[in-house]
Design a protein around this ligand. Sequence first.
Ligand code: ADP
Ligand code: ADP
Ligand code: MG
Length: 472
Amino acid sequence: MLRKILIANRGEIAVRIIRACAEMGIRSVAIYSEADRFALHVKKADEAYCIGSEPMSCYLNIYALVDLALATGCDAIHPGYGFLSENAQFARACKERRLIFIGPGADVIHRMGDKTEARNAMKAAGLPVTPGSEGNLDSVEDALEVAEQIGYPVMLKATSGGGGRGIRRCDTADELKRNYVRVISEATKAFGRADVFLEKCIVNPRHIEVQILADHHGNVLHLYERDCSIQRRNQKLIEIAPSPQLDEAQRQYIGGLAVIAAKSVGYTNAGTVEFLLDDNGRFYFMEMNTRVQVEHTITETITGVDIVEEQIRVAAGLRLRYKQEEIVRRGYAIQFRINAEDPKNSFLPSFGRISRYYAPGGPGVRTDTAIYTGYEIPPFYDSMVAKVIVSALTWEDAIKRGERALRDMGLFGIKTTIPYYLRILRHPQFRVAKFNTGFVEQNPTLINYSDKPRPEVLASVIAAAMASHTGL
Ligand code: ADP
Ligand code: ADP
Ligand code: MG
C-alpha cells in the first residue's frame, strides 16, 4: 500500500482526499499558495508546504510539485479535479521520476483529453457518437460545409475544452461564421490550443454519465449513472444518482456501454463516460473525463463504494474488491453545488469573509466543503464553496430532504446559489423528474430570477416598446 501522498489540489477535493488518506493510514501532504495560507486543507493535512505567491500558476507547476513530492518522501500524487488532473505531461513526469500518479496512464489522458480523438476511438469501439466533423476543422469554409451536411443546429466545440467552456450552439450559417472566430480565440486563451470541431446539436438532451472503475488486472466495472441535466451555461448545478429519467433496461445498457468504452482504450483508475440522451431514447457518447469528478459523491452515496479509496488502491496495484453483480444501489442522491455567486445579480461571483457557517446535518445529509466561520474566500479560484449531498429511498423524499438540508445550512457573509436551488426544487417539472439541459434556460421563473434583466431581454423589451411607438 502507499505510505504518503502529495495532494496537488486545494479546496473541498483536497480535504476529501486527505480524509481518504486518514482512513487508510496514509500520510497526506498538502500544498498551498500564499492566498491559501488559511485554507482548510492546509490545516487538515499531516504536512503542508507553501509553493508560491502566484495564486493559480503555483498549483500548475509540474516540476516543482514532482520535486516536492520526492523531497518529502511521497510515493504518489493525487491530482483531484481541475488543475493538473487531466494533464498528460504531469502524469508522464510522475512516472519518469517513479512517482505513482493516481489516475489513468498518460497516453489515455492525452487521447481522451482530445475530444476529436476520443470521438474517433469510441466510434471504432462501436459506441454511438453524434454525427460531426471527421476530425478538427481546417477553416470556416470547412465548418460551413460540414454543418450543411449534418444539418443545423450544430455545436462548435474546442477540441481540448472543459468545464463547460469553449462550446457554442450555432443555429444558422451566420451564427457559425461569427462563433468560429470566438471559439477559436476562447480555446486559445483558456486551453492553449486553437483546434475546434463540429458535432450535431442534440436539442434539449439529458446529460447522463456513468462512473467507472478499472484496475491494472483487466477488471472494469461501472457504478451506475448520474443525471447532470440541471445546468446553466453548460455547467452543472445539481446532479442526481441514479437518473430518475431512465428505466432499468436503459440503465443496464448505458452501464455496459461505459465498460466497453473503458476497456477499448485500456483505461485504469476512476473515470466517467458522458453521454447525451435525446428525446427518442437514443444515447450518444459525448466525452470521457479521466479523473475523479465533482459529483462522485452521489455515486458513493447510492452504492457505498468509496471512490477515492478505490482510486488509491488501484493506483497501488491492488485488484478491485467488487464484481459487477456485487455493486448494489439504494435510493436516490442529489448534490447541490453551492457557489459563491449572487443569483439575483446575474450569478456574479460573491467572494469575501464568511461571518458564520454551520453545516446541515441529520439523516441522509453529507457536506463536502473547505469553508469555516471566519474564512475569507480568495477571489482567485473556482466559485464552488461547498457541496451538499442528500439521499433518501424515494425521489420524492430526496427532494424533501434537499429542501430541508438547504434551509438547515447556515452560510453568512457572502451570497450563494442556495435560494436558486430552493426555487428549482419547488418546480413541478423537477418534482416529477422531467427535465433536460434546457430546464433552467426555458423556465421563466428561473431565467428571470435575477433582479436585473439580462441584456438580451432588455433589448427585446426596448425593441418592442420602440416598435409600438413608431406604430402610433
Ligand atoms: P465535473 O465534470 O467533475 O463536474 P467540471 O467540468 O465542473 O467537473 O470541472 C471541474 C473543475 O475543473 C472545475 O473547477 C473546472 O473549472 C475545471 N476544469 C475542467 N476542465 C478543465 C480544463 N480543460 N481546463 C481548465 N479547467 C478545467
Ligand atoms: P465539457 O468538457 O466542458 O464538460 P462537454 O462536451 O461535456 O464539455 O459538454 C458540456 C455540456 O454542453 C453538456 O453537458 C451539454 O449540456 C452540452 N452539450 C455538449 N455537446 C452537446 C451536443 N452535441 N448537443 C447538445 N448539447 C451539448
Ligand atoms: Mg463534460
